[in-house]
Design a protein around this ligand. Structure first.
Ligand code: AMP
Ligand code: MN
Ligand code: MN
Ligand code: MN
Length: 302
């Protein structure tokens, strides 16, 4: 079958995106409308340690009768061997108590860390960072992304790359070692709430091949289901390499833009396709799409 026929049959999946519920710049309502403009057929909203964007997005899709299917999602920060590893949960029941209590703990950790980041910046003669970052977060999960935007607004850096490099990356003035949950705790909460666990952007942790393989082995041992293989901005050979790892570690594959805001480089749905030889997580588990919406808890407690 020619590719053109395939693309008309199968919707475009983008299973990693952010809203104002964490460090995204678009509201859930604006994000789902943009997804439709970009011809995305299935979107997962995966805010940092938050599911608050899901219901407003579902309401907007219904009210505007948008041709878009929403998959519930979340991106949980974990700590493994001193590395911050992000685990995406897809198709979770957003009301499940094990998930919501884990996310509550994570939010408390975010608040505590934000206070410490602000204290460190204050000592470096940058006052007002907590109030500034909280104002930008507007009640959503507070992230380093909000501190980054505050610091840029203060004229401390001219772009996101430099503000992280100079202030917020490990070892810099505004860096505080995080206290996230373990990979196992994230995977368990995702599974108990009926979802599937996915290693987010495996190429973005700065791990050597040896350590990345260790991470994927650990994730598989914890019962993890899949790994992101395709993103819109990747070094030339990364997608093929990640597809090979997915097969080696018997993990399913996922894809997502990790869209945070309109910008020239990253766009919803852009360049998202999976190489041959991997199985998509949505193909193996087609009921991920109704899980967490109509069929809450159906597959829970397993
Ligand atoms: P946090 O979860 O609070 O540590 O914040 C992590 C978020 O900061 C990521 O999801 C990105 O949105 C953003 N971020 C981290 N590192 C960078 C970087 N080098 N450049 C731009 N954004 C970054
Ligand atoms: Mn982010
Ligand atoms: Mn991430
Ligand atoms: Mn993300």
């Amino acid at each position: 079958m020619p590719d053109t026929a395939l693309t008309t049959l199968s919707p475009l999946y983008d299973l990693h995106s952010h809203t104002t519920a964490s460090d995204g710049l678009l509201t859930p309502e604006a994000l789902v409308q943009r997804a439709v403009e970009m011809r995305v057929g299935v979107l997962a909203i995966t805010d940092h340690d938050s599911i608050e964007g899901i219901v407003p997005a579902q309401r907007a899709i219904a009210a505007l009768q948008l041709p878009l299917q929403l998959m519930t999602g979340v991106e949980i920060s974990t700590l493994w061997e001193n590395h911050e590893i992000h685990i995406v949960g897809l198709g979770v029941d957003i009301t499940h108590p094990q998930l919501t209590s884990l996310l509550d703990e994570q939010r408390q950790r975010r608040t505590a860390r934000a206070q410490m980041i602000a204290e460190r910046l204050e000592k470096a003669r940058i006052p007002g960072a907590l109030a500034g970052a909280m104002a930008l977060a507007e009640g959503g999960a507070i992230t380093r992304g909000h501190f980054a935007r505050f610091l840029i607004a203060q004229g401390k850096a001219d772009n996101m790359v430099n503000v992280f490099k100079n202030y917020l990356a490990r070892g810099k003035t505004g860096y505080v070692p995080p206290q996230w949950c373990t990979i196992k705790q994230a995977v368990d909460a995702i599974h108990h709430s009926g979802g599937r666990a996915v290693v987010a952007h495996p190429g973005r942790y700065g791990l050597s091949a040896k350590w990345l393989k260790r991470l994927l082995a650990e994730f598989a041992t914890c019962g993890g289901d899949a790994m992101e293989v395709a993103q819109c901005q990747q070094p030339p050979n990364e997608r093929a390499q990640l597809a090979q790892y997915a097969q080696d570690f018997q993990l399913l594959a996922s894809q997502g833009s990790d869209f945070h805001m309109p910008c020239p480089w990253i766009e919803l749905g852009r360049k998202l396709w999976l190489p041959k030889g991997v199985e998509a997580v949505w193909t193996r588990y087609p009921d991920l799409l109704i899980q967490g919406c109509a069929a809450q808890g159906k597959r829970g407690e397993q």
